[in-house]
Ligand binder design. Structure first.
Ligand code: ADP
Length: 351
């Protein structure tokens, strides 16, 4: 730092003497052409050099002050801000410089740095939220497993109780493994580690198959299934990825519908799109819930929270983004919801 300052002073002195010398030489050339007597030139020489030195000194002082206030100050402000950001303080915001300084260009740099800090603080919040959400979601099934394992190890456990405890442990482990599976899938999708395997296939058949996979659930809840599926609607896409979408939408529809309700599935073809909609006569949601449902770990309806982990629709949205599909939701509290996916028949699989 000290060496840097010394080098700066040295540069200034060299620059200052050079300018004085150049300007004095110019003056002498000028006097030479005026054809003045040598005596007068000799007298004028030191005065001229002194004048030039003085004027140069005044300009040098003015320039130094200008630099100090209008260049060094904003640069210092930016450097200090960057120092704090690099140390992890993402709440740092750098104050813009006054437009009067004539250095408004710095404001553009400051604006970008502030934007970067804002983005970084958003990412940091997401990361910490994610970690706390995962830990929270893991805690409940782990506590269940621990409690039931302790009960099972007791001496006086009847066969019925043993079966009941084992079932509870089984359910908790299923929940844990579904959580881990979803986190891994989402992570892979977000980091582009899944390379979609496209092929042309029958979407109508895939949706019918997905529906059948939930037969036990709809029978258990006595839910009527209403289908309006066009024959042989084909798409060129990754069937595995899309099956995650259909399964999540259908399982949510069944989960949020009361016993005796109805779930309707409709598949049709419109120009170069396949339109799939899943409707239910379930609990529906208000507009505030509707705004958050695609966020990771968001669960609007807490009465069913143990039956999911709030990652299903986040996965659905990510897959929709990758496949270029559009997903919309219409819902009315207490009346039901309709999720509609508008899928290009030839999926580009960007992401
Ligand atoms: P979860 O697996 O916990 O249900 P999702 O990501 O699938 O998580 O859904 C997030 C939230 O969206 C749910 O907690 C619920 O509030 C709302 N939701 C999703 N589908 C429906 C639906 N068919 N009817 C009403 N609410 C729904």
């Amino acid at each position: 730092m000290k060496n840097k300052k010394l080098a700066g002073v040295y540069k200034f002195i060299v620059f200052f003497l050079l300018i004085s010398f150049v300007v004095t030489c110019s003056f002498f050339l000028f006097f030479h052409f005026l054809d003045l007597p040598e005596e007068q030139i000799r007298q004028a020489a030191p005065v001229t050099f002194g004048n030039v030195m003085l004027i140069t000194l005044i300009f040098w002082i003015l320039d130094t002050l200008r630099r100090k206030f209008f260049t060094e100050r904003p640069v210092m402000r930016i450097t200090k801000g960057l120092e704090r950001i690099s140390a992890g303080d993402f709440d740092t915001r750098i104050q813009p410089v006054s437009d009067l300084s004539g250095m408004a260009e710095y404001n553009e740099i400051i604006e970008y740095i502030n934007k970067m800090a804002q983005e970084l603080s958003g990412v940091e919040t997401l990361r910490t939220d994610f970690v706390s959400n995962v830990s929270h979601e893991m805690k409940t099934p782990l506590a269940v497993i621990r409690n039931y394992a302790a009960l099972l190890s007791g001496d006086n456990v009847s066969p019925t109780e043993r079966k009941e405890y084992a079932e509870a442990i089984d359910q908790a482990t299923r929940r844990l493994s579904s959580l881990v599976e979803n986190i891994l899938k989402l992570n892979k999708l977000e980091n582009q580690q899944i390379y979609p395997q496209k092929r042309t296939y029958d979407l109508s058949e895939q949706i019918c198959q997905c529906l059948l996979d939930f037969e036990n659930q709809w029978e258990e809840k006595d839910i009527a299934i209403d289908t309006d599926i066009d024959d042989c609607v084909t798409v060129t896409a990754d069937p595995e990825l899309l099956s995650i979408v259909w399964k999540n939408l259908i399982s949510n529809a069944l989960k949020f519908t009361e016993n005796g309700g109805t779930v309707s599935v409709c598949v049709r073809q419109e120009d170069c799109f396949a339109i799939v909609s899943v409707s239910d006569t379930g609990c529906g949601m208000d507009s505030d819930t509707g705004r958050h449902i695609f966020e990771k770990f968001y669960q609007g309806d807490t009465s069913h929270s143990s039956m999911g982990n709030g990652l299903g629709l986040a996965l659905v949205k990510r897959i929709a983004d990758i496949t270029g599909a559009e997903i919309t939701v219409e819902s009315q509290l207490g009346k039901g919801s309709t999720f509609t996916v508008k899928l290009p028949k030839e999926v580009a699989h960007g992401g």
